[in-house]
Design a protein around this ligand. Structure first.
Ligand SMILES: Nc1nc2c(ncn2[C@@H]2O[C@H](COP(=O)(O)OP(=O)(O)O)[C@@H](O)[C@H]2O)c(=O)[nH]1
Ligand SMILES: [Mg+2]
Ligand SMILES: [Zn+2]
Length: 303
């Protein structure tokens, strides 16, 4: 997009082109410029655009690249950058279909928190819920920690106005599991922008992944929206066992009271986090989620 908001199709020049390249029998490349990057480009005589420079990112969201044969090198997992220069991440989940998944929410919160990106939670598909107790339990749990939680439905338009008023003047990214309604929500918010919605294929009952790459759209001169492809799983990139607790934000006030400063809040004696769980100051749900994420880090030799 140029300064006037016109879309210009650009190619990447040599050194910006490849984030990683492994030659075995195949060649894999990840584009180095991502959605949200500010770039310098020029228009060639034939009318095509070429990116010459990628400006320093104020932040970026990433995860471990999915396990794809040929992309693993000595057991390493690479970093996949999703988008850059973000103001707010909307973590979209659903009350049902797919089933509400607090573990995945906590993983996204860690990925966004470690990138320093403010995150609000949206629980969509509220029209599918008869008994609100379950959703209200999770809403309260996340609100007590300090996150904002919106309840929405694109069918009866619950909560849509509330979310819309939050987006203005920012670069917003919608991220979350496949099929929760990210693209549908964006269409309810901005029908004129025409985000592609996945249809459930009758044969497989699985959502078709209609959003295959992240797309940024301009709402007005200083409001931008990024829709992202559906994801199954997220593993935060580059977080050590000792770091993880810092991204469970309600653990933070307790961490400095742990006996060992290398405490991973699991088996160590004198752990103030474990004590806070026992005293009901940290919920069992979040602590169990922490432990499950801790295990995935231990499984990785590099992080
Ligand atoms: N019942 C219900 N279905 C929804 C809602 N929002 C989206 N859907 C449906 O969920 C499916 C996946 O939506 P989509 O926007 O493509 O999800 P995405 O993968 O997160 O972008 C589609 O069949 C939508 O029609 C909602 O609020 N309630
Ligand atoms: Mg989508
Ligand atoms: Zn501890």
């Amino acid at each position: 997009m140029d300064d006037n908001g016109n879309e210009i199709r650009c190619v990447l020049r040599g050194k910006f082109k490849k984030q990683l390249e492994i030659k075995k029998d195949k060649l894999y490349t990840y584009d180095f410029a991502v959605v949200g990057d500010f770039v310098e480009f020029e228009i060639l005589p034939d009318g095509s655009g070429v990116i010459n420079h990628i400006n320093t990112r104020k932040n970026y969201l990433s995860r471990k690249a999915p396990r794809i044969k040929g992309l693993m090198h000595k057991g390493e997992r690479y970093e996949q950058i999703i988008a850059a220069n973000l103001d707010v991440l909307y973590l979209i989940s659903s009350a049902d279909k797919p089933k509400f998944n607090n573990r995945l929410i906590d993983r996204i919160l860690v990925a966004a928190g470690s990138a320093g990106i403010k995150t609000d939670i949206v629980i969509n598909k509220m029209d599918l819920v008869d008994n609100f107790d379950g959703v209200n339990f999770w809403k309260k749990l996340y609100e007590d920690i300090g996150y904002k939680v919106f309840l929405t439905s694109t069918i009866n338009r619950t909560g849509i106005g509330l979310v819309k008023s939050e987006l203005s003047g920012k670069v917003n990214i919608f991220w979350g599991q496949s099929g929760v309604g990210k693209s549908s929500l964006l269409n309810s918010l901005f029908p004129e922008l025409n985000f592609k919605v996945g249809e459930i294929s009758k044969a497989s009952k699985k959502g078709r992944h209609t959003t295959v790459t992240s797309v940024m759209k301009k709402v007005d001169s200083n409001t931008f929206i990024i829709d992202t492809p559906g994801i199954r799983e997220i593993e935060p990139f580059g977080i050590t066992k000792q770091d993880l607790g810092h991204y469970f934000i309600e653990f933070v006030p307790f961490i400095h009271n742990c006996k060992f400063n290398s405490c991973t809040h699991y088996h160590e004696p004198g752990c103030a986090v474990v004590q806070a769980v026992e005293e009901g100051k940290i919920t069992v749900e979040r602590y169990e989620s922490y432990l499950s994420l801790l295990t995935t880090i231990e499984d990785e030799p590099n992080y």
